[in-house]
Design a binder for this molecule. Sequence first.
Ligand SMILES: C[S@@+](CC[C@H](N)C(=O)[O-])C[C@H]1O[C@@H](n2cnc3c(N)ncnc32)[C@H](O)[C@@H]1O
Length: 222
Amino acid sequence: MIDSAETARPPYDDAAAWHALAALRGPYLPWSPGAMRPAGLVTLLNDVWFGGPALIVELGSGVSTIVLARLLAELGTGHLLAVEHDEAWSARVQRQLDREGLAELVTVLYAPLRPNRRSWDGCQWYDEDALMAALDAAALDAVPIDVLLVDGPPAWQPGAEHSRYPALGMLANRLAPGARIVLDDVERAGEQAVLLRWQQEHGLDFEVRPAAGLALASWPGA
Ligand SMILES: C[S@@+](CC[C@H](N)C(=O)[O-])C[C@H]1O[C@@H](n2cnc3c(N)ncnc32)[C@H](O)[C@@H]1O
């Protein structure tokens, strides 16, 4: 069953999250409805703070990339691979990382969307060769993924609702035992369907946080 942790305790909301994010203050960032909501981002940052991950993989870059990099800089450990299908957006994210002196902590990978062998409904996913090559590159070689954030490809358009489904199948053999899996936008029917399939196919037990807009699970084997 997908469990909602907020039935047991009050939700941690966006207003409270803004206060927590003030500790990672930096230059202005273009928060938009496409970005993770503050409560979701803080939920993720808390996981990173407690877990001290060596490698985070983020599918869908943006404000979350910059704020995660700010936290890694503060912690002095960990690397982020940010996968982005939009070349112009990936360049913007890279420029911001450069401006803030965070580029060494993040690999921004431009990976255009392509047909995928694990697709649901024919939705495209990130270029497999580009993604696997990045994971095999010298700096990331043999480092398993400790945190997988699935916030892309965009899945709001009709017909693209199941775009994020390939993520787990494609990256399962790269995940560390006990790796944290985070899916954003779980208020949408498409993401809820993806969660159910992941749960059935991989035996995961997702905790849904409605006020944060995301769901989390631990990969088995820890
Ligand atoms: C759901 S968003 C990913 C958001 C990202 N994880 C964040 O929290 O900021 C999916 C895609 O939308 C695009 N995108 C994200 N933020 C954007 C913005 N502020 N303006 C334009 N496009 C954006 C990027 O191509 C991104 O991969």
